[in-house]
Design a binder for this molecule. Structure first.
Ligand code: DGL
Length: 301
């Protein structure tokens, strides 16, 4: 019994592992850090292989296994797949392969949408991989089979997020607070209208942002969809799931502890990962490891 208590206490000290194809998952890591400020985090961005969205699910599933193995080797107590494409491709495999809990972003987003909709007409936007996997439709209809789901792949939104950041000449401090001035510009509005008008015509009352890059486009998407449509980002709900999973296992870090944040990327030149990541995460990225693809390939099971 004493041993079990000791093990639980020492597990609580371990960090949470969070990963994405690049910087999009920082929208989720930021929410975890805000809801659980005492928890340490290791964030992994697979920047060299970003974007995942146009790749096949079987290819992305291999990346999920590699990165989850790398995080397990770093002794994380829980893994968050902070990428919808990677969740669609590899959540189940990762949950079967690793002995720590693995949480994805699709189920939390689906749950939030089911709770939000009144008309039971829900829209979902995401990368080609996520939308073609059908994972959101299954997840939403698994919770309420009476909901009609309208999905649209909006792949250019990922490049728009990153392009907008490069276009913005002003120093970016809190990126999430500055997104209206960065993204509400005519060229982006035109693309957003092309993607979103068909969904507007379906009379949805709830729209799920099925990609962790998209919360940065919230004001732009809201300006096209209008105030009658609730926009759901899974970040908050995912962070709540992380808190619940750790609480149930007695693995929440003591509230008096100071969190430590570490970062890893596959980028060969990580300047952009550091600049964009720290603007989204709102904390400096100064504890960074560069991981090679060879190193990851050796971790395949
Ligand atoms: N952040 C990823 C997601 O949530 C999208 C970016 C990519 O295509 O890699 O799906």
């Amino acid at each position: 019994m004493k041993n079990l208590v000791n093990q639980t206490i020492s597990k609580a000290k371990l960090p949470i592992g969070v990963f994405d194809s690049g910087v999009g998952g920082f929208t989720v890591a930021r929410e975890i850090a805000s809801q659980l400020p005492q928890e340490s985090i290791i964030y992994f961005g697979d920047t060299l292989r970003c974007p995942y969205g146009p790749r096949s699910l079987s290819e992305v599933a291999i990346y999920v296994e590699e990165i989850a193995a790398w995080l397990s080797r770093e002794q994380v107590k829980l893994i968050v797949i902070a990428c919808n494409s990677a969740t669609a491709a590899g959540l189940e495999i990762a949950q079967r392969s690793f002995d720590v809990p693995v949480i994805g972003v699709i189920e939390p987003g689906a749950r939030a949408a089911v709770q939000a909709t009144q008309s039971r007409r829900v829209g979902v936007i995401g990368t080609v991989a996520t939308i073609e996997s059908g994972a959101y439709t299954r997840s939403i209809r698994g919770l309420d089979a009476g909901i009609t789901v309208f999905s649209a792949a909006t792949p250019r939104f990922v490049e728009m997020v990153e392009q907008g950041l490069r276009l913005d000449r002003n120093p970016i401090e809190d990126l999430m607070a500055q997104t209206a001035s960065i993204y509400i510009r005519p060229a982006f509005q035109e693309i957003a209208r092309d993607y979103l008008n068909p969904l507007r015509r379906c009379h949805i009352d709830t729209l799920v942002l099925g990609c962790t890059h998209y919360p940065l486009l919230m004001p732009l998407i809201r300006s096209v969809m209008g105030s009658g449509v609730q926009i759901i980002s899974s970040a908050e709900e995912t962070a709540r799931d992380v808190a619940d999973a750790l609480r149930r296992r007695g693995q929440l870090e003591d509230a008096s502890e100071i969190a430590c944040y570490r970062f890893a990327t596959t980028a060969k030149e990580p300047q952009e990962f550091v600049a964009l990541g720290s603007a989204i995460f709102q904390r400096p990225i100064d504890n960074l490891t560069i991981v090679t693809l060879d190193e990851l390939a050796k971790l395949r099971r």
